[in-house]
Design a protein around this ligand. Structure first.
Ligand SMILES: *Cc1c(COP(=O)(O)O)cnc(C)c1O
Length: 242
């Protein structure tokens, strides 16, 4: 069992991780109250990318059970480090682009894949999940801002893509995910598009598609106002990334 030293890690502003977590939870509660939503309808997904296993361990001690990572290698290394330090029951979620050649590695190690963006990836995941006789919760990643630099389906392609996914029965599509535009107004437009897409899918399929993963440290209040059910928060909890 590896020893992970925790405690005493403070942000640049001198606050502790539990304090910052408390602030984020309060902000989520206020954002929900402002629009009459139940805070329990919004999941906080701490994003630990670039941060150490010892910071993750601190977050686990402060009550976090799930962590988002955007790189496969880092996710696998950190999860095994956290586990061998004796922290059990921690769930890992991939929120970054997944290459097909790494899909098999991920399928059995993550609780959820929030960045499904191609049918070719779906096919590889399906094969691996059949082999291990398991299933995987997936979100379709949507490029809601249309920026060239972003992964994800364009909004107009989501309907057809989601229908084509039906043959991959080991994948359980639960919702949509987006990384919003950095500009506040354009981010809000993106969130609105996401809510419309979700409603369309729900109407078409008579339900399902409960999840909308949107909102990060800088924009999660707005995302909650637009119906987010999962906010992915890194900086506001773990501090600035190197
Ligand atoms: C890094 C990252 C986040 C968290 O961003 P912060 O601004 O640090 O809260 C959320 N989602 C994705 C996909 C990310 O890569």
């Amino acid at each position: 069992m590896t020893q992970i030293v925790t405690g005493g890690t403070s942000g640049t502003d001198g606050t502790s991780l539990p304090q910052r977590l408390g602030v984020v939870r309060d902000r989520i509660a206020s954002a929900c109250a402002a629009v009459g939503r139940d805070p329990a309808s919004v999941r906080l997904l701490p994003v630990s990318k670039t941060h150490s296993a010892s910071l993750v361990a601190e977050a686990v001690k402060a009550g976090c059970r799930q962590f988002g990572e955007n790189r496969v290698g880092e996710l696998l290394a950190k999860s095994s480090e956290v586990e061998s330090a004796g922290f059990t029951g921690v769930e890992w979620i991939l929120i970054g682009h997944l290459q097909r050649n790494k899909a098999a590695l991920v399928a059995s190690h993550v609780r959820e894949l929030q960045s499904l963006d191609s049918l070719r990836l779906a096919r590889v995941l399906q094969a691996e999940l059949e082999r291990t006789d398991s299933t995987l919760r997936v979100f379709i990643e949507v490029n809601s801002s249309g920026e060239d630099s972003k992964f994800g389906l364009l909004p107009d392609d989501v309907g057809e893509f989601s229908r084509a996914l039906r043959v991959y029965d080991r994948l359980l599509p639960v919702g949509l995910m987006t990384v919003a535009h950095p500009d506040r107004v354009q981010a809000e437009q993106g969130f609105t598009v996401m809510k419309i897409l979700q409603t369309r899918l729900r109407n078409r399929d008579g339900g399902g598609w409960h999840e909308l993963s949107m909102g990060m440290s800088g924009d999660f209040e707005s995302a909650i106002a637009h119906g987010s059910t999962c906010v992915r928060v890194g900086t506001a909890i773990f501090g600035l990334r190197a």
